[in-house]
Design a binder for this molecule. Structure first.
Ligand code: ZN
Length: 167
C-alpha cells in the first residue's frame, strides 16, 4: 500500500463533481487500499477520492468502532431526518473545525468493493461522515455549510495561511 498527498483548500479538484464508477476492478480496489492508508496516516475518519485528486464517486471510512475500514462506491443519500450539531473538520481544510448543524439520520445506498448493494441507516457521527464525504463527491467543502460570521473568520484564517506559505 502507498499513500497519497491530500489536496487542500484552493485546489480546484475539490470543487468538481466526481464521475460515477462503472467498473469495480483490481485498480479500484488498489485505489481504495491506498486511500485507507492515506486516511490512517493523516489521521482521519473518512476520505473521498477527490481529496487525493481522483474524480470518482468513492469514499473510505473507519469510525474506530472495531469494524475496520469500509469503502462505498457510487453512494447516494435518499432520506434524511432530524438535526444534529457537531464540531466538524476536514482533512482538506486542516486545523479548522466548525460547529455545523446537519440532519441527524440518513439512509445511504451504494455498493461495496465486491459489487454488492449496500443499504445503511446511519445516525449521528456515521450520518455526519456520510454527508460530509458525499459533499466531497459533489465538489462541496464544509465551508459552504457555515454561517456568514463563521465563513468570514474561516476565510481570514485560510488566507493568512496562503500568505504565510508564499513568504
Ligand atoms: Zn472533508
Amino acid at each position: 500500500m502507498s499513500s497519497y498527498t491530500i489536496r487542500t483548500f484552493g485546489d480546484p479538484v475539490l470543487k468538481q463533481r466526481a464521475a460515477p464508477i462503472t467498473d469495480i476492478d483490481g485498480s479500484l480496489v488498489r485505489l481504495a487500499d491506498d486511500m485507507v492508508q492515506t486516511m490512517y496516516d493523516a489521521p482521519g475518519l473518512g476520505l473521498a477520492a477527490p481529496q487525493v485528486g481522483i474524480q470518482k464517486r468513492l469514499f473510505v471510512y473507519d469510525l474506530n468502532d472495531g469494524k475496520g475500514p469500509k469503502t462505498l462506491v457510487n453512494p447516494t443519500i435518499s432520506e434524511h431526518r432530524g438535526e444534529w450539531e457537531y464540531e466538524e473538520g476536514c482533512l482538506s481544510v486542516p486545523g479548522l473545525h466548525f460547529l455545523i448543524v446537519r440532519p441527524k439520520e440518513v439512509h445511504l445506498t451504494g455498493y461495496d468493493l465486491d459489487g454488492n448493494e449496500v443499504s445503511i441507516e446511519a445516525d449521528e457521527l456515521e450520518a455526519r461522515l456520510f454527508q460530509h464525504e458525499l459533499d466531497h463527491l459533489d465538489g462541496t467543502l464544509l465551508l459552504e455549510h457555515l454561517d456568514d460570521a463563521q465563513r468570514k473568520s474561516a476565510l481570514r484564517a485560510l488566507r493568512g495561511r496562503v500568505l504565510n506559505q508564499a513568504t
